[in-house]
Design a binder for this molecule. Structure first.
Ligand SMILES: *[C@@H]1O[C@H](CO)[C@@H](O)[C@H](O)[C@H]1NC(C)=O
Ligand SMILES: *[C@@H]1O[C@H](CO)[C@@H](O)[C@H](O)[C@H]1NC(C)=O
Length: 378
């Protein structure tokens, strides 16, 4: 909090509600219900005070309440999702023509970088249109005249073909969502871009349920507060209940059986015989396995895709959901695990991941790779 003059300081000192109000300006906020939650290191212009966020993480709300991230050399981007724990965000073009923006992509002066890069070549073609459009998928929002069409492709074969026929517009390294996108899907280039940031490193604090922020006004030193000491989620509470409850119950029966035996000295074995005590001890020693899944915000942040009429998925050859074993149908929503790119029905994987923090197909554990591996090159 910056308090610019002594009169204001006095005013604040004698007005506790105002002090509260100023502290609260750093609380999480949204542009509108359903839009991404904005908190440190991001801040909303006009809703948060300057010290509530990190330089370069300024967000603004449009008149129709979209959440825009303003990048210094590249203009505004619509924020779709933020994963604070993984320090990643998904963005798109507020004017729904992402390919147009990609032609002039420049992340060099922003705090963000790509997680996965894929090179695309853009062509502007004005001859032989009927033939080309039949063969490749033009970018609709860039091909608004009957005189020319614009294509973008990651395929070297297609680049070879189009180079001789069309005008090369640009070669762009696009921050795609996963390294597994096949060429048919990605040539549309409309899907959200996936970006990440390295600094400030609040991911660990966030994943432990804490609140990240500046220690004080004058330094960029970070502080993590409010990390809960106990497991909070319902699942972890159940896990604890099982881990402690079951052995405790077994102990209780064990002690009970000892007392029974002691009471029946001289008699032969009752229902709790010699061996049963050893059995109980063995059982008490072997604890049930802990349920360990992913947290809601992480699961929520995974990219969703609505299946088109052609039923194509980012990963080729996936025709059915490996969890429910039913085939994907057009208009169904699928979700992919960013680390391996495997897709499942959104509702199936939403039920799976809170219980198992691993991909049902390849057992890749999303939590083990919170940091992206590929790096962007400027
Ligand atoms: C991106 O912007 C910076 C700063 O204006 C400039 O120096 C750099 O050349 C630009 N990069 C590209 C690829 O345009
Ligand atoms: C494609 O070329 C036409 C002229 O032939 C031009 O008007 C148009 O702006 C170009 N589009 C792009 C994206 O380069």
């Amino acid at each position: 909090m910056k308090i610019p003059n002594p009169i204001l300081t006095l005013f604040i000192l004698f007005n506790p509600p105002l002090v509260l109000a100023i502290i609260e300006t750093c609380l999480e906020s949204v542009c509108q219900d359903g839009e991404p939650q904005i908190r440190f290191p991001f801040l909303i212009k006009g809703k948060h005070a300057e010290p509530c966020g990190y330089p370069g993480f300024m967000v603004s709300c449009t008149q129709n309440s979209q959440t825009l991230l303003n990048l210094p050399n590249w203009g505004p981007l619509k924020i779709r999702t933020i994963n604070y724990a993984a320090q990643q965000l998904w963005v798109n073009d507020p004017n729904n023509c992402l390919p147009k923006r990609l032609i002039s992509l420049n992340l060099s002066t922003s705090p963000f970088r790509a997680v996965y890069l894929q090179q695309f070549t853009f062509f502007n073609c004005s001859a032989n249109l009927e033939n080309l459009v039949h063969r490749y998928r033009p970018i609709g929002c860039l091909s608004d005249s009957p005189k020319y069409v614009v294509f973008a492709t990651p395929s070297t074969t297609v680049v070879g073909h189009l180079s001789s026929l069309c005008h090369l517009v640009a070669r762009v390294k696009v921050p795609v969502q996963s390294p597994f996108y096949d060429q048919v899907t990605s040539s549309e280039l409309g899907e959200d871009l996936r970006l990440s940031w390295d600094s400030p490193a609040c991911g660990r604090c966030e994943s432990r349920g804490g609140r990240c922020g500046f220690k004080s006004d004058d330094t960029f030193e970070l502080d993590c507060s409010g990390v809960p000491s106990k497991g909070r989620s319902r699942i972890s509470r159940y896990a604890i209940a099982i881990c402690i409850g079951v052995p405790a119950m077994l102990c209780f029966f064990g002690v009970l059986s000892c007392i029974c035996r002691w009471l029946k000295v001289g008699n032969h074995d009752g229902p709790w015989g010699h061996e049963s005590v050893a059995d109980f001890e063995a059982l008490v020693g072997s604890r049930p396995t802990t349920v360990s899944g992913l947290d809601r915000p992480t699961i929520e942040s995974y990219p969703k895709i609505v299946i088109g009429e052609n039923r194509r998925l980012p990963k080729k050859g996936e025709k059915r959901c490996s969890i429910c074993l039913s085939e994907y149908m057009p208009k169904e929503t699928v979700k992919s695990i960013p680390e391996c790119g495997h897709c499942f029905h959104a509702q199936c994987i939403d039920e799976w991941l809170p219980l198992n923090a691993s991909c049902p197909i390849c057992r890749t554990s999303p939590r083990k790779f919170p940091q992206p591996r590929a790096r962007s090159s400027p």
